[in-house]
Design a protein around this ligand. Sequence first.
Ligand SMILES: Nc1ncnc2c1ncn2[C@@H]1O[C@H](COP(=O)(O)OP(=O)(O)OP(=O)(O)O)[C@@H](O)[C@H]1O
Ligand SMILES: [Mg+2]
Length: 219
Amino acid sequence: MYFQIACAARAGKTGHCGEWPAGTGLAIASPLLCRIKSNRKQPAFRGILKQIVAIYPGSFDPVTNGHLDLVHRGSKIFHRLIVAIARNLDKGESLFSLDERKQMLQAMTADLENVAIDTFEGLLMAYCVEKEANVVLRGIRAISDYEFELQMALMNRKMEPRVETVFMMPAEKYSYLSSRIVREIAQLGGPLGGLVPDLVERRLREKTTTRQPMAHKLK
Ligand SMILES: Nc1ncnc2c1ncn2[C@@H]1O[C@H](COP(=O)(O)OP(=O)(O)OP(=O)(O)O)[C@@H](O)[C@H]1O
Ligand SMILES: [Mg+2]
């Protein structure tokens, strides 16, 4: 599958490597090298990898601006992107129910025609086969994500070699952002501006009642 993606990227819509989408953060090196070597000024272009269905799995408890950054980047590249909320057995109690998480994600992606929201249980690779998806999209924030993501990607490849994991980097301003940190700030009554969409912030405030006396003074 890596081979297929690389070829699609090189061929592009019009058959030359200069049309690989700029600034996507997609972790495939060779088209980027082509761009650097060509030394021609290219107009901003975002191409779609035809027929590539990608699944973006996670717990999204709740969805953050970092997740949405990745969804937007993915939707500009893949033919279809399914954001798949996992019923996570190893993460303990979740703050939001699966339905609540799904509703928030649907509201935040309603304007993206090729993005669908779904839930799944069990092996991600089995779900990919069921959906006929050929890519798993994952985000890398910092080196700390790398080890876990590498292990998961390689194990998934061993289970289902037809599915390739593609990593994307968010905008720098989201590289420290996680659902866990958002839940913690919300539970302590701290500020959430810029971390989650307004709708998610409202839902978080409804869920979390703990307040610290000085928390509202923070920006
Ligand atoms: N700010 C972010 N930027 C880029 N990718 C992200 C960001 N937050 C999460 N991701 C990626 O989204 C995918 C799903 O992650 P997940 O649902 O576990 O979110 P999370 O923020 O890590 O939540 P938690 O803190 O509960 O683990 C993972 O590939 C993760 O690396
Ligand atoms: Mg996580």
